[in-house]
Design a binder for this molecule. Structure first.
Ligand SMILES: [Zn+2]
Length: 89
């Protein structure tokens, strides 16, 4: 299992340092739907096998999570109605 770091990130939802065995996640992910959180974690885990965004990376991602594009779109649209109905306090 990798070490997990949660912190404020200004431009990314997550990152992976395969050689150090570290996955870093943006703390703001907690505001996203669970399906989007799963997508980011799956994305970062696959970097342990494919450190780049090569064709093989996306082939494995699509095999393990066939609906990853929909999850990514929801995450990047930021238009999550559930969040606006239930604002964080
Ligand atoms: Zn990546």
């Amino acid at each position: 299992m990798p070490s997990l770091i949660l912190r404020d990130m200004s431009s990314r939802w997550g990152s992976c340092q395969p050689k150090r065995g570290v996955i870093t996640l943006n703390k703001r992910l907690i505001e996203a739907p669970l399906s989007c959180i799963e997508y980011v974690i799956m994305h970062e885990f696959i970097h342990f096998l494919h450190p780049d965004h090569s064709k093989k990376f996306y082939e494995l991602l699509s095999t393990l999570m066939p609906d990853w594009k929909e999850r990514k779109d929801v995450l990047e649209s930021g238009g999550n109605l559930q969040l606006s109905r239930f604002p964080l306090l």
